[in-house]
Design a protein around this ligand. Structure first.
Ligand code: ZN
Ligand code: ZN
Length: 142
């Protein structure tokens, strides 16, 4: 069993934080969510040339394990990262400009509760994304 202890300054959940990891977390935070690994790498390497894509992926994996970030799938291939929040939310994704809009709906919680009851199933994750065109892209197309 992993020994969980309180974080000291300069540590994340008891793990020593390198300056690079701190930078990665800052970048995800600054992006306000929904940033993918390649974009994190692009921004990180402009501030710290020694950072590699492998460092980014390792950092992201660790953040996920520690429950600091969520990896979300929006569309078929891209994995997006965002700082974990207590409020569950879902995503609207624009197919044209890639904009991600967050929304909350009580329906999802109700659906989960219903599924749990009906199938005695313990739901640990519910993810929904709706794809389409944002207001600006809709205007441009018409
Ligand atoms: Zn759009
Ligand atoms: Zn989100």
């Amino acid at each position: 069993m992993r020994n969980i202890r309180k974080s000291a300054p300069g540590e994340i959940a008891g793990y020593p934080v390198t300056a690079q990891r701190r930078l990665l977390l800052d970048l995800i935070r600054e992006a306000g969510g929904h940033i993918d690994a390649k974009e994190i790498y692009r921004r990180a390497s402009s501030r710290d040339e020694s950072i590699s894509l492998a460092t980014v992926y390792r950092g992201l994996r660790l953040f996920k394990e520690l429950g600091l970030v969520d990896e979300i799938r929006l569309g078929e291939v891209r994995g997006y990262y965002e700082i974990k929040r207590s409020v569950e939310h879902q995503h609207l994704v624009c197919k044209r400009c890639g904009k991600v809009i967050e929304f909350e709906s009580p329906l999802i919680g109700e659906m989960v509760a219903k599924a749990q009851r009906a199938y005695s199933f313990n739901v640990t994750k519910a993810e929904l994304y709706l794809e389409g065109y944002c207001q600006e892209c809709k205007k441009k197309d018409s």
